[in-house]
Design a protein around this ligand. Sequence first.
Ligand code: SF4
Length: 271
Amino acid sequence: MNMLAEAPPMEHGEKDLIRALRCTVSASRLSLFLQCRLKFYYRYVLKLQKPKTPSLHLGSAVHTVLKVWNKARWLQQPFPLKAVHETYLKAWTDTTEGPVEWEPGEEESDKTTGWRLLDTYLREHHVPAEIKPDAVEVSVEADLYKHGLPKLIGILDLVQQGQIIDYKTTSTTPNAEKVVHTTEIQTSAYAILYRHNTGREEAGVQLHHLVKLKNPKVVITTMPPMSQQQQTRLYRQMEAYVQGLQRGDFIPSPGMHCASCEFFNECRRWH
Ligand code: SF4
């Protein structure tokens, strides 16, 4: 049975949206497309709105505070722990990205967890606080037209001494070898963006994992500069993305990742 033949004809607006998505891509869009094309379709083409998950909310609040902290370092202005805490409380109440679905009692405990993560990270001095960052939360793009690829876009959390640093909050201690593999699309994309915008090779990429354990801890994964092989892999993945969008290929890819998919019900009705 030809499932694609049964799909309803595309609306005009949908075609335009897909065309625009083909021209520009970020690491998160590319990763999602390669993980499950139907989920990509629900999120970026149909733009179905879903409540924010508690763990996403916690991650956003922590990320916001680290951004403000790094900006203060960039401006070489003091940012004492009391101000950090006030920024965190403000970020926690920010629901501009939509409501959060909490279980009873969950919000207070998550709020404490988020603060303990930040407190641990800042007290342990994981970046040399006295050295001015090269860049903080900077939006960058790389035109890859000459490779027949879309424009790559992204936001670099922090660049310090030529190292690209990205923050992650996680509930489990990461395994360094697996993390290098599972984040490869993102780290290669950042390396390309850095090189296109500075004309230099990055000193390396660091992932700063803030681990949500009873006793929070910070695990840093350090990677060397992107290799030629990694660049080729990313370019081939981008080609598959463009070709998939050209075909309107939005099939479901069921697997372990479905456990956290917000479009589970819609997906079960897909035919
Ligand atoms: S439930 Fe799984 S297969 Fe379905 S859209 Fe979500 S990730 Fe894809």
